[in-house]
Ligand binder design. Structure first.
Ligand code: IMP
Length: 433
């Protein structure tokens, strides 16, 4: 059976939960393949009796809450073990069975000194900061590439763990003390802290690439769910204002050990408007009342840091780009209801940079910083659309909006979110074969 990749098309927080809700009970494995506890999703589970339980997850794959799903933390993830066990304890206290979780032996560990380094580096950068979540993500991926990282499997070999921590700290402590004027990390303390998690972790650890291959061979549906999004991808995003991992469809393969030939669908989530947290260019950003309306109606505040998100109109240059780099088979447009009430809904169709029109993402980041949106003004609608369950039930102007966006981004829109509730969605095409 096929592997399905789910990615965000913009700068994150597009609402991937809408797509996973639609696939519901048909998914057997949910794999997190990149990022760490910089992500944040709120999952609302509706009980049979109509009760609603809210869970905020940062590290664990959303599938942890579905009893029929095996959640997997892939090799491409960076794991903060303190957060992992905090989230597991929190769920267990609420009666959630977390015993199915599988963690890759090759995933990297966010060591405590990397959390420190993330924060002091941002402080040091001042006006040039990235606006990271401060969780140690960047320094941990840097260690991985520098080949001084600590992997989950190292926790089961004390001698190796000690050697690796000492090797990493030989340089890092110089940086911490001499450049950032802060305290050195003690190798013994770090090793003891990490070893403290080993026994609890041991039963969860596996060769997840093998587990997933066997699952696919046995006919399981495997969903590979990206953290962050296309424009935060370290290669394809708005570098350097990106996260440090591969958040696009290609990353699903390297971050999980599933080969590209097994991926049959790529679903991209595109919010009906655009948001971004942290620093970096954002051509359609609004600084007026419309931006404030999008923020308050769309409840655009970060799940991980609580920061207000920057808001702006739909940018189809970005949508087209997301289609290209991910090979999107299906788009899901989320939060269409948030646009209700605007007389006109501008859609960015191209950019203008120093008098030159760009229909595609500019080659140079500097041009992207200077890009001014070229808008097409579409008619708005005022009817409440949250009760619509078929495309035909949408007001004509809302239908035209979706169809025009679909035309501009170049791949079909298979579902449309019309409200925050689980069932507030219009499905046009099934997301699973
Ligand atoms: P880092 O991932 O903490 O290194 O942060 C790098 C950039 O990615 C910052 O601009 C963050 O705000 C952004 N970022 C990281 N995770 C998310 C996410 O889940 N949603 C939206 N933005 C994110």
């Amino acid at each position: 059976m096929p592997a399905i990749v789910l990615v965000g098309a913009q700068w994150g927080d597009e609402g991937k939960g809408k797509a996973t809700d639609l696939m519901g009970g048909d998914v057997d494995y949910v794999v997190k393949f990149n990022g760490g506890n910089n992500a944040g999703h709120t999952v609302v589970i509706e009980g049979e009796d109509g009760t609603r339980e809210k869970y905020a997850l940062h590290l664990l794959p959303s599938g942890i809450l579905t009893p029929t799903v095996t959640p997997v933390i892939g090799n491409g993830v960076v794991v903060d073990l303190e957060v992992l066990f905090e989230e597991l304890d929190g769920l267990q206290a609420r009666g959630v069975d977390t015993s199915r979780l599988v963690v890759s032996a090759n995933a990297h560990v966010i060591a405590p000194y990397n959390r420190t380094l993330d924060k002091v580096t941002e402080r040091f950068l001042g006006a040039r900061r990235i606006g990271t979540t401060g969780r140690g993500i960047g320094p941990t991926y840097a260690d991985k590439m520098n080949r001084v990282g600590i992997r989950i499997q190292d926790l089961f070999d004390e001698g190796i763990l000690r050697q690796k921590v000492e090797a990493a700290l030989a340089l890092k402590n110089q940086v911490l003390v001499k450049i950032y004027n802060t305290r050195a990390a003690e190798a013994d303390r770090v090793v003891d802290e990490l070893l403290g998690y080993a026994e609890r972790l041991r039963p969860m650890v596996a060769d997840t690439s093998l587990v997933l291959e066997q699952a696919l061979d046995a006919g399981a549906n495997v969903l590979l769910e990206a953290g962050q999004a296309t424009l935060l991808d370290v290669d394809h995003g708005t570098y350097p204002f990106v996260t440090s991992s591969s958040a696009t469809a290609g990353g699903a393969c390297t971050g999980s050990g599933i080969p590209p030939t097994r991926v049959s669908r790529v679903i991209a989530i595109l919010k009906a408007y655009t948001t971004r947290v942290g620093e970096g260019p954002f051509p359609t950003e609004l600084f007026d009342d419309d931006g404030e309306t999008l923020r308050s109606v769309g409840a655009e505040y970060g799940t991980t840091t609580g920061r207000p998100r920057r808001c702006g109109w739909m940018d189809t240059v970005i949508g087209r780009y997301a289609n290209r780099v991910n090979g999107v088979t299906d788009f899901v447009i989320t939060k269409l209801d948030v646009l209700t009430g605007f007389e006109k809904v501008p859609v960015c169709v191209a950019y203008e940079v120093d008098g030159v029109r760009h229909d595609e993402m500019p080659v140079n980041q500097t041009d992207f910083h200077h890009a001014r949106p070229v808008y097409e003004q579409l008619d708005g609608w005022s009817e409440d659309i949250s009760g619509c369950r078929t495309f035909d039930e949408l007001p004509a102007a809302a239908q035209s909006y979706v169809l025009r966006v679909e035309e501009l981004i170049g791949a079909r829109v298979s579902a449309i979110g019309v409200g925050p509730g689980r069932h507030e969605i219009i499905q046009r095409h099934p997301l699973l074969d």
